[in-house]
Design a protein around this ligand. Sequence first.
Ligand code: TRH
Length: 356
Amino acid sequence: MRWDIFCQIVDNYGDAGVCWRLARSLSSLHGQEVRIFCDDLPTLNLLASGVDPFIKQKIDIQAWEASYDNTRHPVQSPDVVIEAFGCELPERYLTSLLIAPIKPLIINLEYLSAEPWIVDFHTKPSPQSHGIPKYFFFPGFQEEVGGILIDPVPAEGQTVAKNIPSDLKDVWSKLRSHAKRVSIFCYPGAPLRQWLMDLGAIGEDIDILLTYGHAELLNLTGEQPIQLPGNLQLLSMPFVSQDEYDWVLSQCDFNIVRGEDSFVRAQLAGKPFIWHIYPQEDRAHEVKLTAFLDLYLEDTNPELRLAIIAAMTWAMPSEWFSTLNTWHTHAQAWRSQLLQNQGDGGLAARLLRFVA
Ligand code: TRH
C-alpha cells in the first residue's frame, strides 16, 4: 500500500522521531511505499541520518508544501494518510484526495499513553464533513490498543561498546572503564543541578553523558558553572542520529529520557530510567506517569516500587540509588515482557492489520 505520513513539528524532536520510526518500520519491515511530508526537513533528516542508506532511500521525504500539488508526485493516490498527533492536513492536499477515484483511509495517530481509557477510543471512527473515513489510532502498552514502535529492537545485554558511532568516538574515548554511565535527556525545569550534586555525594565514579544542549541547560558554560565532586565526570555529546541515540541508551547503566520516543527506547534498552514526561499545564502528565507506573511496577516488591516512584518523581538519587541492581533486573524483565506483548509486530503491524 501507499502511505502518506504528515508530520508537523510542534517543538522538540518527538514528532519527527515517531514519524521517522513509523516510516522506516512500514517500509523496511512491511514493504510499504511511504512518503513523509514534514514542515521541518532539517530536523527530520538529522534524526534519519544514521540509518542504513538502503532503508532511507526507500522512503520519500518531502517538504510539507510539496503535498499541495499531489499530482506532481509519481505516487499519486495514497491508500492511507497518517495525521501524526492530530496535525491538520493541508487543504490543497485534502482537496486532491476528494477528487481521487479511490478514497484513502485517514488515521489520526495519537500520543502514546498507558491510561486505560484509550482502549475504548482506539480505532473508533472520527466522522468528517468531507466524507473520507477517518479513525483514531492510540499507541499503548495493552494488547487491545495500538502497540509501540519497536523497530529496531536493540540486542539484549549490549554492554560492550562495539561499533562506536564516529561522532561519539571522542566522547567515548574519555569514558572511565570502571565508572557507571548515566545519560541525560530532559526538559528545562528538571532539578538537575541538585540531582547531580546529590548523585556525586554518593561517592561512586560516574560518567554523565549530556545530550546536545544540556550543558547550557545546566548553565555549565554560563556565569555560575556547576561545581561537581571529582568522582562525577560530565561529558557533552553532539546531537546524534536516532539510531546512535538508541545505541547510547543501550550503553548506559541509567538513562534520563523524556517525550515519547526516547521513553520507549529506554524501556527497550532494558535499563533503569527516569521518564521526564512532557509537562502539561493541567497536570495531565502526572496522570499519564501514574498510569505507566501502574503497569511498569505491577509485579515489583514494595521496596523497589517505592524506590522507582521516588526516582521518577525526582527524589534525590541518594534515596534510591542503592536499588539500581534490582531495578536493572526488573528493567530486563519488563523489556522481555514488552517484546513478548508486542510479538505481533507492535504498532506498525497493528496499524497494517487495522487498515487491511
Ligand atoms: O523531543 P521530545 O521532547 O519530543 C516531545 C514528545 O514528542 C512529546 O510527546 C511531545 O508532546 C513534544 O515533543 C512536543 O522527546 P522524544 O519524544 O523522546 O523525542 C526525541 C527524539 O529525538 C527521539 O526520536 C530520539 C531523538 N534524538 C536523536 O535522534 N538524537 C539525539 O541526540 C537525541 C538527544 C535525541
